[in-house]
Design a protein around this ligand. Structure first.
Ligand code: AMP
Length: 127
């Protein structure tokens, strides 16, 4: 999952989210710009479950804090997560934004993504 060969690639051939953001896999985007896309999770854990993903390959948020340009993308991912939730009219009922890093964080896809979940009452327990 966290092999160096994959993590060092700016656009990894082996990375499913790189394939999606490149457009190799037909995907309906809920949001799209030069740097970021949002699309529905293939295995939704709530009525609304969207992933907000940078087009550039970063293995996780933990790899995005060295360079000012990367930090800007990190901030924009959070912004797009909020905008996507608001677009779905979830602001009043509420929603959750979460990102996982590494084994203890239960990260399963080694390309940064923010989950946006809502549409029903989410559990209180986070970990
Ligand atoms: P995480 O466990 O935080 O790394 O989350 C990875 C998420 O990616 C999971 O919720 C998966 O269901 C989702 N996922 C994996 N492959 C795809 C795919 N091809 N399209 C959409 N979502 C996917």
């Amino acid at each position: 999952m966290f092999e160096d060969s994959i993590d060092r690639d700016p656009q990894s051939v082996a990375c499913i989210f790189c394939a999606i953001t490149r457009g190799d896999v037909e995907t309906d985007y809920l949001y799209e710009d030069d740097e970021i896309v949002a699309f529905r999770d293939i295995n939704p854990q709530a009525p609304f479950h969207v992933l907000v993903v940078p087009r550039r390959h970063f293995p996780s948020v933990d790899a995005m804090v060295q360079d000012a340009r990367d930090i800007e993308i990190l901030g924009r991912l959070a912004l797009v997560a909020v905008l996507v939730a608001r677009e779905q009219k979830l602001a009043d009922s509420g929603y959750r934004v979460v990102t996982n890093h590494g084994p203890h964080g239960a990260q399963s896809v080694a390309h940064t993504h923010f989950h946006v979940l809502g549409g029903h009452q989410l559990g209180v327990r986070l970990g």
